[in-house]
Design a binder for this molecule. Structure first.
Ligand SMILES: C[S@@+](CC[C@H](N)C(=O)[O-])C[C@H]1O[C@@H](n2cnc3c(N)ncnc32)[C@H](O)[C@@H]1O
Length: 293
């Protein structure tokens, strides 16, 4: 059984929309994905997917910017045959064979088999390698052998939970960023308390590592509460943390996030308010907290 069941939900929209555009702008030589899951999924039209990819495709039909996005074009075509493309497929399709290689990590062998099978059926696909192991240690070990032109897509759920060797996905981001590699890290949270704890831990760790230049964009449901979970469309808030990207990519991330708020303004998830707001890690606020300690 493949465990990733969140495909096509609302947080995938932000993550995958941004990923496709960033890859096209940054043109990396090597693409590494830490938590790949499958390349392609059969849609089941759940309320969560309705609030996610179906809402996006409907609304994007009225919006020229979204219609021109790679994500819209790739998913619109794939969804016509009832399939959602996960990040490995999107990355392979955007990068084609302009990239030297794509390295996919996952604990699930079946997910990696799905990626290999998808790649075999493409007319044009980059060379791929798969790694069936824990990617925290796997990627940390691989980093010194990778060129600076590598792009890391770090997509776990928990980014600051240590593995059995005490390493976290934030350590992976920090290690790769210090080597000059471009990174995109996705994280999620269910309450405002979780968000605040995560924001504090991320900004403190980046500060300690001397990484000051990063971009962050979060989309959060207005229905989110301080410490209780009122509904579950997959996740109530998610963020993207980007390091070493060009100004063009950083601006695109902010622009697309704000535009997504626009197309979700009247959205509903079941009987709940499905509207979103945009936020970012408040670096100044974190500095103030530190000064008061
Ligand atoms: C968040 S999803 C990936 C979604 C995918 N990147 C996308 O955007 O379409 C989670 C995947 O991470 C894998 N995973 C969880 N822990 C892992 C670990 N320590 N190392 C490698 N893969 C892991 C799971 O097996 C699952 O397939």
């Amino acid at each position: 059984m493949v465990t990733y069941t969140h495909f096509g939900k609302q947080p995938d929209v932000l993550k995958h929309l941004v990923l496709c555009e960033v890859l096209q702008i940054e043109k990396p030589q090597i693409y590494v994905e830490t938590n790949s899951a499958c390349a392609i999924y059969t849609m089941v039209h759940t309320p969560e997917q309705k609030y996610g990819i179906y809402h996006f495709l409907n609304e994007a039909n009225e919006d020229a910017t979204f219609q021109n996005s790679l994500y819209y074009q790739l998913e619109n075509e794939s969804m016509a045959s009832g399939n959602y493309l996960g990040s490995p497929a999107l990355a392979m399709k955007v990068l084609n064979n302009d990239v030297k290689g794509c390295l996919f990590f996952d604990l699930e062998k079946r997910a990696l088999d799905n990626i290999k099978s998808f790649a075999r059926h493409q007319a044009v696909a980059p060379p791929i390698r798969t790694f069936n192991c824990d990617s925290t240690d796997g990627v940390l070990k691989l980093l010194p052998s990778l060129p600076k032109s590598t792009f890391l897509h770090i997509d776990p759920y928990e980014i600051d939970k240590p593995n059995s060797n005490g390493h976290t996905y934030l350590d992976v981001l920090i290690g790769a960023t210090k080597l000059g590699m471009k990174c995109l890290l996705w994280y999620g949270f269910m309450t405002i308390n979780d968000k605040q704890a995560l924001n504090k831990s991320v900004s403190e760790k980046l500060d300690k590592a001397g990484i000051k230049d990063y971009a962050c964009s979060e989309l959060i449901m207005n229905a989110i509460k301080k410490d209780t979970i009122v509904c579950n469309p997959g996740i109530l808030g998610s963020g993207i943390l980007a390091t070493n990207l060009s100004q063009k990519s950083n601006s695109m991330i902010q622009d697309y996030s704000k535009k997504l708020v626009g197309i979700y303004k009247d959205a509903r998830y079941k009987e709940f308010d499905g509207s979103l707001y945009h936020d970012t890690i408040n670096k100044k606020q974190n500095i103030k907290i530190k000064r008061h300690l």
